[in-house]
Design a protein around this ligand. Structure first.
Ligand SMILES: [Zn+2]
Length: 279
């Protein structure tokens, strides 16, 4: 198996390596990031990708680091963040209760949806693995590095966690922030209301954080301007997707006119499906 593309970000005092695995933007990978945090004595995995081939190569890479995998944390219930758990079933896995419930109830449907949608159905896991243990966030310290897991709900996703590492002044934002990739804007809350406005409110609180750079859910690492960019993208889309009579051709035309150079057009397909064709 070829080694996966990996970008290693190094921090010292205390020791931390953030290994970022960007899935391909083409061929169903959705440019999603999986992260492996390497501490002095152990490893923690944050999210596992949609494509089985990428998950296998992350597993090989992790095994070669020769440190124990302490746990796998799944940020939220969208398939591009947990399908790869299939290759990491032998480790403790955690997610919020709502994430676990959604994967338990919808995981097999998500897999069937992706199998129908993708050009490479053979590159998907053979089953939906539900994270084992509920975790709603909190603080922990591993080898001198303090991690703050924060909960966010009714944002890009229904409910989930993101990570702040204050001593190195970084958030690993999960899908709260994207970088030059079409955002998934189809999420609805439990009352059926679109989450996009609440997502923007949440980003406005994130941008006052004491951060130097940000690790997004999709696309390359960047500076704090990524938060601003996501706010701009979402703000521009609100009238297009929420106005009465909103329809798919209009949405697609708007994307074409305003964000033509963004990656992962499938994200527009998926958004359109859940926004405009699902109750
Ligand atoms: Zn995602």
């Amino acid at each position: 198996m070829a080694p996966p593309p990996v970008i290693v970000h190094e921090f010292d005092h205390p020791y931390l390596r953030v290994h970022q695995f960007p899935s391909p933007a083409e061929g169903g990978g959705e440019a999603v990031n999986s992260y492996l945090l390497e501490f002095e004595t152990g490893l923690l995995i944050l999210d596992l990708p949609l494509l089985d081939s990428v998950a296998i190569s992350i597993r090989d890479y992790a095994d070669q680091l020769n440190k124990p995998i302490l746990k796998v944390l799944i940020s939220h219930a969208h398939p591009d963040h947990w399908f790869g758990l299939y290759r990491f079933q032998d480790f403790p896995s955690l997610a919020t209760t709502k994430t676990i419930d959604e994967i338990r109830e919808q995981g097999a449907n998500y897999l069937a949806f992706k199998q129908a949608q993708t050009t490479a159905p053979y590159d998907l896991p053979q089953g939906a693995i539900v994270p084992a243990t509920s975790y709603e966030g909190g603080e922990e310290t591993i080898d001198g590095v303090t991690l703050i897991w924060r909960n966010a709900s009714n944002v890009e996703y229904l409910d989930g966690l993101y990570l702040e590492i204050p001593i190195h002044q970084i958030p690993i934002s999960g899908d709260l922030v994207y970088n030059h990739v079409h955002h998934y804007v189809g999420q609805k809350d439990e009352q059926g209301k679109l989450c996009i406005s609440h997502w923007i409110d949440m980003l406005n609180t994130l941008r006052v954080g004491p951060f130097n750079s940000i690790f997004p859910g999709h696309g390359a690492k960047g500076g704090m301007e990524l938060i601003e960019d996501s706010i701009t993208y979402l703000g521009a889309l609100i009238p297009v997707v929420t106005e009465p009579g909103a329809n798919e051709p209009q949405y697609r035309q708007f994307i074409k006119d305003n964000f033509a150079d963004f990656d992962v057009i499938e994200m527009v397909d998926i958004s359109a499906y859940f926004l405009l064709h699902q109750p």
